[in-house]
Write a protein that binds this ligand. Structure first.
Ligand code: PLP
Length: 496
């Protein structure tokens, strides 16, 4: 039976648990409709997340995510300590029962471009907002040394000539680039001159820059399948023909790619730890890939997003370290090793391209915040970064162990684990014919995050699985979440 909220504000709205549409989408659509048709008036307070979650019998995290999306899109405003309100800016007409926003009625209807439609079809905002276990790729934010970082950040603000309040250096802070080049030499076996490094606002901006500078309409891009979602979307939207390349035990299946999609302009790969399957590309495969790129004039994007976290043995050097012909764009990020809102990453570009990339970077949104770059440079120079990574490596290994043990104990009937010795997530193959999107939605409604393997893939996947992040969840929360997860999966099996 659909359940109706008691609150007068949302009178008449009900969740349909039988519908194929996930609960959070139903709630999101209902609230938008109530705002647009004027049932909920500008500046009107929305029910608290707790109240609405209780009324509807859904998790608070679902309601929070919906509110955050409404705020992000300007339908609502969040006021600290006071709650969430319908936006002031949404002036409405006073026609009975239908109050269209005035701004909209004054603007002629716009036919979205093909690019606009493609952008809207992506999952670009999916990872924003409140975080709960087991969202993949989230570092241990609970253990980040905020006081220490504050000191560095504060010092950066106080620099005497106030230079960090300006636009900063076009290629990114020289000190930070030097610190990164030392780190790449020590940790990744790369000999990189700091002049080849461009600081970006995260790895994603590096992918955008590469596509912006290099890609021509219709160029073929070999892309790992399954593979990193946001990078693939950007290549496609920038006009590339994104060619899915399957992954075998040694990494990207180059023979398959050569046979099906000859002459790529760009090859996107995560050789250290394939996203999301976790494979490490073999040395033989790395050398074949480099040879192929050299002989065919293709560029390689090496996304080295989480290579800091390896729990057994030494990591293989970066693919870029073997690249004598300088075909590789090596992309790194501080989103995993520090925290995502730092918005700092970098790309090591082949010689001769640094100035082009610095200019492109300026055109696409200027440099990163100079004070953040300054703080990060000192954090690295004074050994804090390496110290933090070492500590996190131990923490993540322990969290992985606990998650593995709990899943083996409580979810063995529903999940088959793929053990991992690296990274921040593990794969759990779904048993009993449960579809991964259904499992993901049901878990989200129970306040548990994950990602379905199928969202990383172009086309159907062979076997459904959940991608479960372990790094961001404290050890004492894991057992409780896993027990809840077991209940949800059990329920799905019986309802299916
Ligand atoms: C494979 C991969 N590459 C790169 C990134 C980092 O993105 P950014 O540095 O823009 O936060 C992520 C984050 O989710 C990722 O999963």
């Amino acid at each position: 039976m659909p359940k109706s909220p008691g609150g007068a504000l949302l009178h008449g709205f009900s969740i349909d648990r039988e519908a194929p549409v996930p609960i959070y989408r139903q709630l999101d659509a209902a609230l938008r409709k109530l705002i647009l048709n004027g049932t909920l008036l500008p500046a009107q307070k929305l029910p608290s997340t707790r109240e609405l979650a209780q009324d509807l019998g859904v998790s608070r995290i679902t309601v929070k995510s919906v509110y955050e999306q409404l705020v992000a899109e300007g339908y609502a405003e969040a006021r600290t300590g006071a709650g969430t309100f319908v936006s002031h800016g949404l002036e409405t007409d006073s026609a009975p029962n239908y109050r269209a926003p005035r701004r909209r009625s004054q603007t002629p209807a716009v036919e979205p471009t093909a690019r606009a439609r493609e952008i809207m079809a992506t999952r670009a905002t999916v990872r924003h907002g409140v975080i709960d276990g087991f969202r993949p790729g989230v570092p241990a934010l609970d253990l980040f040394p905020v006081k220490v970082w504050n000191k560095y950040f504060n010092d950066a603000m106080m620099v005497e000539d106030r230079r960090n309040l300006g636009y900063g250096q076009t290629h990114g802070s020289a000190d930070l680039r030097a610190a990164i080049s030392r780190h790449l030499r020590d940790a990744r076996g790369m000999q990189v001159d700091a002049s080849q490094i461009i600081i970006t606002s995260g790895a994603q901006q590096a992918f955008v820059l590469i596509a912006f500078v290099l890609l021509r309409q219709g160029d073929t891009v070999w892309y790992e399948n399954p593979g990193h979602i946001a990078g693939r979307d950007v290549m496609r939207i920038m006009g590339a023909n994104v060619a899915p390349v399957p992954i075998d035990r040694e990494g990207m299946d180059i023979d398959h790619a050569i046979a099906r999609h000859p002459k790529p302009a760009v090859i996107f790969t995560t050789p250290s730890h394939q996203q999301p399957l976790g494979t490490t590309m073999s040395l033989v495969r790395r050398l074949s890939l480099l040879n192929y790129a050299q002989e065919n004039g293709a560029w390689i994007i090496e996304d080295d997003y989480d290579s800091e976290f390896r729990y057994r043995g030494r990591p293989l050097p970066a693919l870029s370290a073997l690249d004598t012909d300088r075909r590789v764009f090596y992309v790194g990020t501080f989103s995993k090793s520090m925290f995502a809102s730092i918005r700092l990453g970098y790309v090591v570009v082949p010689p001769g391209l640094a100035d082009t990339f610095a200019k492109a970077r300026s055109l696409l949104g200027q440099n990163s915040a100079a004070m953040v770059e300054h703080a990060m440079a000192r954090f690295m120079e004074e050994g804090r970064f390496v110290e933090h990574i070492r500590k996190m490596r131990r923490v993540y290994r322990d969290r992985r162990n606990v998650l593995q043990d709990c899943l083996t104990r409580d979810c063995a009937d529903h999940l088959e684990l793929q053990p991992t010795d690296a990274g921040m997530h593990m794969l759990a193959w779904l048993k009993g014919g449960i579809d991964d999107q259904t499992a993901h939605s049901a878990l989200l409604d129970a306040g548990i995050e994950s990602l379905p393997l199928s969202v990383y893939a172009t086309g159907p996947i062979e076997h459904p699985a959940l991608v479960l992040g372990f790094s961001g969840v404290s050890e004492n929360r894991i057992p409780k979440l896993v027990r809840r997860m077991s209940g949800v999966l059990e329920g799905l099996r019986h309802s299916g």
